[in-house]
Design a binder for this molecule. Structure first.
Ligand code: MG
Length: 326
């Protein structure tokens, strides 16, 4: 028996299959980002062309047939509307065809749950960092079980901010790992640092970095300073949340959690407080279908029965609006 998960919120079309909490398959295809960034309609075309083939391939790898499928999960949001729609329609069509329920999954919940699953953590504080999102999150039982947002970005997500800088500095490919490579051996230039309580903001930092590039500062020094400043902001706010919540476990998840420097800084912060630090492998921090399948299975096994009107897409689907029923 198995649950399939479909992820299509941004540049990745991912299909995952889980069977009683075990990931049996996790296949993904990533849209190649050009200098124009992500154009939602084009990415949606890429997803709709690929989805059928990836599902067949996944079922073959997992060694399952249509009769083994018990439920189908898809990413309801947050994400790009046109891209989310491909996953939703695929899930609804398959569910009707196979006569099995469909589970609308929150993408942020999925990132945290797969990291918890991988690290065997029960109740960590989580720093969720990706292109569109940057949030500090922990489980709360008040007024019912849900993921509470302790702190978040006032403007852009840290991943998009770094990608935008990469495009401005003409780095290729224009994403975080290229910025990290360019930053090696750089010297620190002071930059705007915006932390308010447990919230933070990145737009001013990006504008400042662009101005520094225009004024002739080396890409290496600016890339280095940008990374150091942004990651310090994220971890200062996380550290404050950890102290306030009394958390003994801290994890980072989402696309930006693949950054070696962010992991190093988070590890040092936790060490200073005797807390356990964890981060899953890159396979599970990049967007993937397994995390959607994992949460869909939890929803399904805990008796969740979504109404048809819940099975929509929601571009700004906030994690704190999800009831955690498992
Ligand atoms: Mg993501």
């Amino acid at each position: 028996m198995a649950v399939i998960g479909i992820e299509s919120s941004a540049h990745t079309m991912g299909i995952g299959i889980v069977d009683r909490g075990k990931v049996v398959c996790n296949i993904k295809r990533m849209y190649r980002i050009t200098d124009k960034g992500l154009i939602p309609a084009r990415v949606a075309d890429f997803h709709s062309e690929g989805v059928g083939g990836i599902i067949s391939e996944s079922m073959k790898v997992a060694g399952i047939g249509a009769r083994d499928i018990e439920a189908i999960g898809y990413t309801k949001g947050p994400g790009l509307g046109a891209c989310l729609r491909v996953g939703q329609l695929t899930a609804l069509t398959l569910s009707k065809r196979l006569g099995v329920p469909v589970m609308p999954v929150n993408h942020a919940v999925a990132h945290i749950e797969i990291a918890k699953w991988y690290l065997k953590m029960r109740n960590p504080l989580a720093l969720y960092v990706s292109g569109g999102n940057s949030q500090i999150i922990g489980l709360s039982e008040i007024p019912h079980r849900h993921y509470h947002i302790h702190g978040e970005t006032f403007d852009v997500g840290v991943g998009n901010m770094i990608d935008n800088f990469a495009r401005y500095a003409k780095l290729n490919p224009a994403w975080g790992s290229t910025v990290a490579r360019s930053a090696e051996g750089g010297s620190y230039i002071e930059m705007p640092y915006t932390v308010k309580g447990m919230d933070f903001a990145f737009a001013g930092l990006l504008t400042n970095a662009e101005k520094l590039i225009d004024s002739g500062k080396s890409v290496r020094d600016v890339a280095y300073s940008l990374q150091e400043t942004a990651f310090s902001m994220l971890l200062e706010a996380s550290e404050r949340a950890m102290m306030l919540m009394g958390s003994g476990e801290f994890l980072i998840c989402g696309g930006v959690a693949q950054s070696a420097r962010l992991k190093e800084m988070a590890r040092l912060m936790c060490k200073a407080h005797g807390a356990r630090f964890g981060v899953a492998t890159d396979e599970y921090n990049a967007d993937n279908g397994a995390m959607i399948a994992l949460v869909a299975e939890k929803m399904f096994r805990s008796g969740h029965k979504p109404a048809r009107s819940d099975c929509t897409v929601k571009q700004k689907y906030r994690i704190d609006s999800v009831r955690v029923g498992w």
